[in-house]
Design a protein around this ligand. Structure first.
Ligand code: FES
Length: 129
Protein backbone atom coordinates (compact mmCIF):
# COMPACT_ATOMS: atom_id res chain seq x y z
CA UNK A 1 0.00 0.00 0.00
CA UNK A 2 1.48 3.27 -1.05
CA UNK A 3 -0.07 6.29 0.66
CA UNK A 4 -1.70 8.78 -1.67
CA UNK A 5 1.06 11.25 -0.86
CA UNK A 6 3.60 8.78 -2.32
CA UNK A 7 1.70 7.82 -5.47
CA UNK A 8 3.74 8.80 -8.46
CA UNK A 9 6.75 9.85 -6.40
CA UNK A 10 10.02 8.42 -7.66
CA UNK A 11 13.00 7.45 -5.52
CA UNK A 12 14.77 10.58 -6.67
CA UNK A 13 11.86 12.63 -5.30
CA UNK A 14 12.26 11.56 -1.69
CA UNK A 15 10.26 8.34 -1.87
CA UNK A 16 12.51 6.51 0.57
CA UNK A 17 12.48 9.39 3.04
CA UNK A 18 8.67 9.50 2.96
CA UNK A 19 8.47 5.72 3.26
CA UNK A 20 10.70 5.85 6.34
CA UNK A 21 8.21 8.21 8.02
CA UNK A 22 5.28 5.80 7.64
CA UNK A 23 4.03 4.37 10.91
CA UNK A 24 2.43 1.25 9.47
CA UNK A 25 4.42 -1.75 8.29
CA UNK A 26 2.99 -3.99 5.58
CA UNK A 27 4.45 -7.47 5.26
CA UNK A 28 3.45 -10.41 3.12
CA UNK A 29 3.91 -13.97 4.29
CA UNK A 30 2.71 -17.29 3.02
CA UNK A 31 -0.88 -17.31 4.35
CA UNK A 32 -0.47 -20.76 5.93
CA UNK A 33 2.36 -19.42 8.11
CA UNK A 34 0.10 -16.89 9.82
CA UNK A 35 -1.23 -18.11 13.18
CA UNK A 36 -4.20 -15.79 13.44
CA UNK A 37 -6.80 -15.78 16.16
CA UNK A 38 -10.39 -16.31 15.03
CA UNK A 39 -11.05 -12.58 15.46
CA UNK A 40 -8.06 -11.59 13.35
CA UNK A 41 -8.50 -14.00 10.44
CA UNK A 42 -10.35 -11.22 8.62
CA UNK A 43 -7.68 -8.60 9.44
CA UNK A 44 -5.20 -9.80 6.81
CA UNK A 45 -5.44 -10.29 3.07
CA UNK A 46 -3.77 -13.21 1.30
CA UNK A 47 -0.93 -13.25 3.81
CA UNK A 48 -0.53 -9.47 3.90
CA UNK A 49 -0.60 -8.04 7.41
CA UNK A 50 -0.25 -4.50 8.73
CA UNK A 51 1.24 -3.57 12.09
CA UNK A 52 2.16 -0.38 13.86
CA UNK A 53 5.79 0.51 13.35
CA UNK A 54 5.98 2.27 16.73
CA UNK A 55 7.63 0.01 19.29
CA UNK A 56 5.53 -0.70 22.34
CA UNK A 57 8.56 -0.26 24.60
CA UNK A 58 9.43 3.43 24.29
CA UNK A 59 8.43 4.23 20.73
CA UNK A 60 11.36 3.71 18.39
CA UNK A 61 10.55 2.68 14.82
CA UNK A 62 10.52 -1.09 14.49
CA UNK A 63 11.85 -1.38 11.00
CA UNK A 64 14.18 -4.33 10.74
CA UNK A 65 12.38 -7.33 9.26
CA UNK A 66 13.93 -10.77 9.08
CA UNK A 67 12.10 -12.41 6.23
CA UNK A 68 13.25 -15.95 7.03
CA UNK A 69 12.10 -15.91 10.65
CA UNK A 70 9.26 -13.37 10.25
CA UNK A 71 10.63 -11.40 13.16
CA UNK A 72 10.60 -7.62 13.45
CA UNK A 73 13.45 -6.11 15.40
CA UNK A 74 13.53 -2.83 17.24
CA UNK A 75 17.02 -1.34 16.97
CA UNK A 76 16.78 0.70 20.17
CA UNK A 77 16.65 -2.02 22.86
CA UNK A 78 16.43 -5.17 20.74
CA UNK A 79 12.82 -6.14 21.30
CA UNK A 80 11.71 -8.74 18.77
CA UNK A 81 8.18 -9.29 17.54
CA UNK A 82 6.90 -12.43 15.79
CA UNK A 83 4.82 -11.35 12.80
CA UNK A 84 3.55 -14.91 12.24
CA UNK A 85 1.99 -14.86 15.72
CA UNK A 86 0.26 -11.52 16.03
CA UNK A 87 3.53 -9.60 16.44
CA UNK A 88 3.84 -10.94 19.98
CA UNK A 89 6.98 -10.04 21.90
CA UNK A 90 9.52 -12.88 21.79
CA UNK A 91 12.52 -11.02 23.17
CA UNK A 92 13.39 -7.74 24.84
CA UNK A 93 11.78 -5.17 27.07
CA UNK A 94 8.58 -4.44 25.09
CA UNK A 95 5.60 -5.44 27.19
CA UNK A 96 2.94 -6.00 24.54
CA UNK A 97 2.60 -6.93 20.86
CA UNK A 98 2.62 -4.37 18.08
CA UNK A 99 -0.96 -3.27 17.39
CA UNK A 100 -2.39 -4.75 14.19
CA UNK A 101 -4.26 -2.66 11.65
CA UNK A 102 -7.15 -4.60 10.08
CA UNK A 103 -6.83 -4.43 6.30
CA UNK A 104 -8.73 -5.62 3.26
CA UNK A 105 -8.92 -4.90 -0.47
CA UNK A 106 -11.45 -2.51 -1.96
CA UNK A 107 -13.44 -2.91 -5.18
CA UNK A 108 -10.57 -1.40 -7.18
CA UNK A 109 -7.97 -3.77 -5.75
CA UNK A 110 -6.28 -1.35 -3.33
CA UNK A 111 -5.31 -2.38 0.16
CA UNK A 112 -7.31 -0.33 2.63
CA UNK A 113 -7.74 -0.22 6.39
CA UNK A 114 -11.00 -1.70 7.68
CA UNK A 115 -10.86 0.52 10.75
CA UNK A 116 -8.44 2.30 13.00
CA UNK A 117 -6.17 0.33 15.32
CA UNK A 118 -8.15 -1.45 18.04
CA UNK A 119 -5.68 -0.51 20.76
CA UNK A 120 -3.37 2.42 21.44
CA UNK A 121 -0.33 2.68 19.20
CA UNK A 122 3.03 3.35 20.76
CA UNK A 123 4.72 2.84 24.09
CA UNK A 124 2.75 1.15 26.79
CA UNK A 125 2.83 4.25 28.99
CA UNK A 126 0.86 6.29 26.43
CA UNK A 127 -2.88 6.52 27.00
CA UNK A 128 -3.02 3.21 28.82
CA UNK A 129 -5.75 2.58 31.34
S1 FES B 1 12.00 1.18 21.95
FE1 FES B 1 11.90 -0.76 21.00
S2 FES B 1 12.91 -2.05 22.38
FE2 FES B 1 12.97 -0.13 23.33
Amino acid sequence: MIPETLAGVGHEDGYLEEKAKAIVLLMRMEPELLNETEERKSWSYDGIVAYSKVCTHVGCPVALYEQQTHHLLCPCHQSQFDVANGAEVIFGPAARPLPQLPITVDDEGYLIAQSDFHEPVGPSFWERH
